[in-house]
Design a protein around this ligand. Sequence first.
Ligand code: NAD
Length: 483
Amino acid sequence: MQTQPKASHFIDGRYVEDTAGAPIEVIYPATGEVIATVHAATPAITEQAIVAATRAQGAWAALTGTERGRILRRASDILRERNHDLSVLETYDTGKPYQETSVADATSGADALEFFGGMAATLTGEHIQLGEDWVYTRREPLGLCVGIGAWNYPTQIACWKGAPALACGNAMIFKPSETTPLCALKVAEILHEAGLPAGIYNVVQGRGDVGASLVTDPRVDKVSLTGSVPTGRKVYAAAAAGIKHVTMELGGKSPMIVFDDADIESAISGAIMGNFYSSGQVCSNGTRVFVHRAIKEAFLTRLAERLEGAVIGDPMDPATSFGPMVSENQMNIALSYIEKGKAEGARLVYGGAKLDREGFFMQPTVFADVTDDMVIAREEIFGPVMAVLDFDDEDDVLARANDTEFGLAAGVFTRDLARAHRIAAGFEAGTCYINTYNDAPVEAPFGGSKNSGVGRENSKAAIEHYTQLKSVYVRMGTLEAPF
Ligand code: NAD
């Protein structure tokens, strides 16, 4: 497959290059080979994108929702038709196994385009009768939205931000992560093939400085970031200076509680999906697994048996179920946390090592006897490192589960219906699961509370974050004044 894109950026409906920008090498995580080079946007490139987007946005917003939606739904169909090639590219960009990318990336992006394409025609204001007078509201686009992506789901993030923004009549400039710059360009290409007017969805490459230059530009009305909490703080503050709208999809250290009445096989499936899918590089992962003391050893024994079934290797092989880390840096971060876990006295139950082969492969890793104060129980690792903690009492475990700065996700496994809903109500997290983990259908709101973010992606809720309401007061009679 040709992994080198035609040019680094996609602006105003076409590929654009400016080799004066700093080179960014794209590395295939399974081998460490350079598979493409793009150039970071220069100020001239970001200017070109902002000018194109602001110029095009008004006419796009003036289309009917049905017309906008038709283009998004056509793009959704093209994504599905090209799922194989897009999945291979996603695997090159991220190292995630094709077994995952073929069902979770372009398909998830297509779902977002289809869902918001369908919603575009339903967006309305309301009528508020005030006696004889009345008010109507207009749901209007924000204008120019900037999307900034993380590297773990490059196609999905490009679509989860782009689809609602465009459905609502906004223009978007999307800056992918510098680690995975390839997939968003394909999304832009496909949107234009589907009939999107030039300038409405643009992709510019670059590191944090390029993102920061977009966030601070006065012509930008909204910023939607997917990234870490420290980056979120910076971007939120910069956006605040310009009183811009924000969506912040940030990190987590989410709890998963397994009661002694749980279906153990399902709970282990949840723990595997919530810790080792995408080699643990998922924001909502349930990395603090609280297991009731009565079933802890049985849980750990069976978990270790199930982990023997992981097929680690060439991510392009459809049989592979566990791939490399996205980069050497991310692998080293995760390995350093494993050393911290050992030094803190946690019991290494499974894995713990880098694999002796090319690429950035490490083992799925499980620590038991983890306590709440350990660094591996407090900080987001963003790698395949599961911390198993013990508990005896429901109230106590809920308080411990909530004792974190983060609030992205949380899960509970139990057969007790009332307890499941009691725990879900008590979780301080935006996205909760009962007897499952990490499902993220486009129909459901997704996002975090506490330091894990503000705003919601997906679902009808996302519309609130890509539009603003205008109230129009209509007086039917004459207007009086005191003088
Ligand atoms: P990161 O915070 O390092 O970078 C995210 C993006 O922000 C990148 O595109 C980066 O170039 C850009 N950036 C960095 N500094 C910036 C600045 N000052 N101004 C503007 N943009 C800037 O995150 P990452 O390492 O790419 O991704 C991993 C993190 O993302 C984890 O913390 C993970 O939990 C989080 N994440 C959250 C979600 C979610 O939906 N909540 C989804 C995926 C990943």
